[in-house]
Design a protein around this ligand. Structure first.
Ligand code: ZN
Length: 242
């Protein structure tokens, strides 16, 4: 199952996008001690290419983060390193090392995005970076040219800086349609991720994720694992060829 987080920090107990470090650690520990195997992102790509036979039966998990907040570096990454769980971090390439804050946040230190040097350090130590576009736009509302720029230029920029191929894309606001998917494919990405309660179309460009939020308690977390497993079994069960 692919889990979708945004932020991990001790500051915002009422922010839906922020999970406390203690809670995050408990959730990761719970998965590991409950028999869930961490799935390296590279293995997910291999499975997608060869037809996801292995993914159908096993209990596996992959942790992803959206938006690329600096608190991923400060709080989430040390926990994941301790447990040897490789995540994917989806960054807005145009906001890296910038002073821009998303409108819901106001603190220039706590709420800032990752810097290139933080990203390089994480990347060198096994964190996989994916693109969340350049500037967090709703891609279906843009002209094809603007959408192409968000999708392709973000990949180019990340690849230049990281010196490695960027394979994963995550649609800002989970907003996508056929045009957006074909732009993502044309740009060279191998997979796309969504977060949705509904069953997405079976495709490597709409891999379903289960969102975990600040208010998600232990019982809700268990329920999400159950729902996510069910949806994922259906999704990969319907998979024929890609
Ligand atoms: Zn986002």
């Amino acid at each position: 199952m692919i889990l979708a987080y945004h932020r991990v920090n001790p500051w915002y107990s009422r922010d839906a996008l922020s999970v406390s470090p203690e809670k995050f650690q408990r959730q990761v520990k719970f998965l590991l001690t409950g028999g869930w195997q961490p799935l390296p992102p590279g293995l997910l790509l291999e499975e997608i290419r060869s037809g996801p036979e292995k993914l159908k039966g096993k209990r596996w998990f992959l942790i992803t983060f959206d938006d690329g907040y600096a608190d991923n570096f400060w709080f989430a990454w040390p926990i994941l390193r301790e447990f040897n769980v490789p995540p994917i971090v989806f960054v807005n390439a145009g906001y890296i090392s910038s002073h821009y804050l998303l409108p819901r946040y106001h603190d220039s230190v706590r709420d800032r995005f990752l810097t290139w040097s933080e990203i390089e350090e994480m990347s060198q130590k096994g964190v996989i970076f994916g693109s969340h576009g350049l500037t967090h736009r709703r891609l279906t509302t843009l002209s094809p040219e603007e959408a192409r720029r968000e999708i392709s230029d973000s990949r180019r920029l990340l690849q230049e800086k990281l010196g490695q191929s960027v394979e994963f894309f995550c649609y800002p606001y989970g907003d996508y349609n056929e045009t957006v998917v074909s732009l993502v494919r044309q740009a060279g990405y191998l997979a796309g991720m969504v977060t949705s309660r509904r069953m997405p179309p079976v495709s490597p460009y709409s891999l379903p994720r289960t969102g975990v939020y600040g208010q998600t308690g232990q019982i809700a977390f268990l329920a999400k694992l159950g729902m996510g497993t069910w949806r994922e079994r259906r999704f990969f069960g319907l998979w024929q060829s890609v």
